[in-house]
Design a binder for this molecule. Structure first.
Ligand code: ZN
Ligand code: ZN
Length: 465
């Protein structure tokens, strides 16, 4: 839990981060350094390898947040100093040695050096902690599991082992706080399957290992490119290709499944391309919103929860939309299994994410983040909210009043009047999640997408009516 970790960090800053403690400690024990501590979680800057560009960026952020800009005007400097003193008073300011400790840290960072001085109480970057493992590490259990598995953090454990081996007086103390939050891993098996294009699967050559996405009706003609060509004879894939193969992998994790009873008569279904695309937008947006809501409610990093969804809309049976969420950590961190018990809060939070923003479809204040970039174009808060309303209360999207409809129609009316192709056709704007009735000679049913993204197509449909 991130809040817990930052509370602990603030406490360590207060207790052993200050000059007074260092003076007492070094004079009373003849120690040649002060005890080091550091927070090592998903929020510790920064993941991956140390890179000059990232160091510069981090240095700039620290300069902006923690130092007074000597070139700024007096008034701004006063405000910056006030802010810094405020942060210090609530222990939200990194505990480095002496008045200019943080400045030294930033200057080192600009020179790509991640090495604290013996008198720095707090280590700030992951690389400082990896290079000089501190006496006290504050972390959470999911990060701890990563640290125990990854090569990147091996030095922390090797150094600790060396230190433990050096003297029988050296002890390792592990403190578990808020242990009741840890549910362990229930260890459900999750199977993720890629069924290829239109569920045709993949063609895989059993001889060379090459594979391709299967297309229907290819009559045993393959376009498989051969891997590892340099050291092997060319493969003709002759009689060695297995077809219709689904690719998948299975892993253990905690999972939470949300099953939404859907109405494929009144709401868009998988009937045509437009309906399909609207359904995809609505479900992707709501799924992403729930994922964010879960991470906020549980106070965990966005990336600790993953998931997906699938429609189960088959003729002759009740349509459902299944959304699943699982812990990103292999074997699970126990988060997903908590979702069911806090579902009301998660839904409330999701609702406020979808309603409390002023953007038109999505923005970085509500849904967009670095990791879901490929969906930014897709997200639509209105559609997500319409689906949430239906899922939660069985409520169909509200119809638009006359003035809203008129507003929506402006771009189409403009095209029509420029083209001079006025017809006696009435328009009705339907919320996008609702299935539209069929158009006829005198009536055209449109949704907001028809009047924005798909306007040219709508105009042509109108002309051909
Ligand atoms: Zn082959
Ligand atoms: Zn927004």
């Amino acid at each position: 839990m991130n809040a817990l970790v930052s509370d602990q960090l603030a406490r360590f800053r207060k207790i052993i981060g200050g000059d007074k403690f260092r003076e007492i400690f070094t004079s009373a024990t003849y120690a040649t350094r002060t005890p080091h501590f550091g927070m090592y979680t998903g929020r510790t800057p920064y993941s991956g390898d140390a890179k000059p560009a990232s160091n510069k960026e981090l240095a700039a952020t620290f300069r902006e947040n923690y130092l007074v800009d000597q070139n700024a005007d007096a008034d701004l400097q006063r405000r910056q100093l006030n802010n810094i003193n405020g942060l210090k008073s609530i222990n939200k300011y990194p505990a480095r040695f002496s008045e200019n400790g943080l400045e030294v840290f930033i200057e080192n960072l600009e020179k790509n050096i991640h090495r604290p001085s013996p008198y720095d109480a707090e280590l700030i970057t992951r690389f400082e902690i990896q290079n000089c493992p501190p006496d006290i590490v504050i972390t959470n259990y999911s990060m701890l599991e990563y640290m125990l598995m990854r090569q990147r953090e091996a030095n922390i454990w090797n150094k600790t082992k060396e230190w433990l081996d050096a003297s029988t007086d050296n002890r390792l103390l592990i403190v578990l706080d808020e242990a009741h939050m840890y549910r362990g891993s229930a260890g459900g098996e999750i199977l993720i399957v890629n069924m290829g294009r239109s569920k045709n699967g993949f063609n895989v050559c059993k001889k060379c290992g090459g594979a391709e996405v299967a297309e229907p009706n290819r009559n045993n003609v393959y376009f498989i490119s051969q891997p590892f060509r340099a050291n092997h004879a060319a493969c003709s894939h002759d009689g060695t290709v297995a077809t219709g193969i689904f690719l998948g992998y299975e892993f253990l994790s905690d999972m939470f499944m949300l099953d939404i009873l859907y109405d494929s008569i009144k709401l868009v279904s998988s009937g045509n391309v437009e309906d399909k695309s609207i359904l995809r937008t609505a479900v992707t947006t709501l799924h992403e919103t729930l994922r964010k809501a879960v991470s906020l409610e549980l106070d965990i990093d966005y990336n600790e929860i993953n998931g997906g969804w699938r429609p189960r809309i088959l003729s002759g049976s009740e349509p459902h939309i299944e959304m699943f969420f699982y812990d990103n950590l292999t074997s699970g961190a126990g988060y997903s299994s908590i979702i069911g018990s806090i579902l009301d809060k998660v839904l409330d939070r999701a609702r406020s994410i979808l309603t409390d923003c002023a953007c038109s479809r999505s923005c970085k204040n509500c849904l967009d983040n670095y990791w879901n970039q490929r969906h930014h174009q897709l997200f639509d808060r209105q559609l997500g909210l319409q689906l949430l309303d239906f899922a939660q209360f069985g409520k169909l999207p509200d119809e638009y009043n006359k003035s809203t409809q008129t507003e929506f129609l402006v771009p189409l009316q403009k095209l029509i009047s420029e083209d001079g192709s006025q017809k006696s056709v009435a328009f009705e704007i339907i919320p996008a999640l609702r299935k539209k009735p069929e158009n006829n000679n005198t009536m055209m049913y449109l949704n907001p997408y028809d009047l924005t993204d798909w306007l040219p197509n709508t105009f042509m449909t109108y002309k051909n009516l």
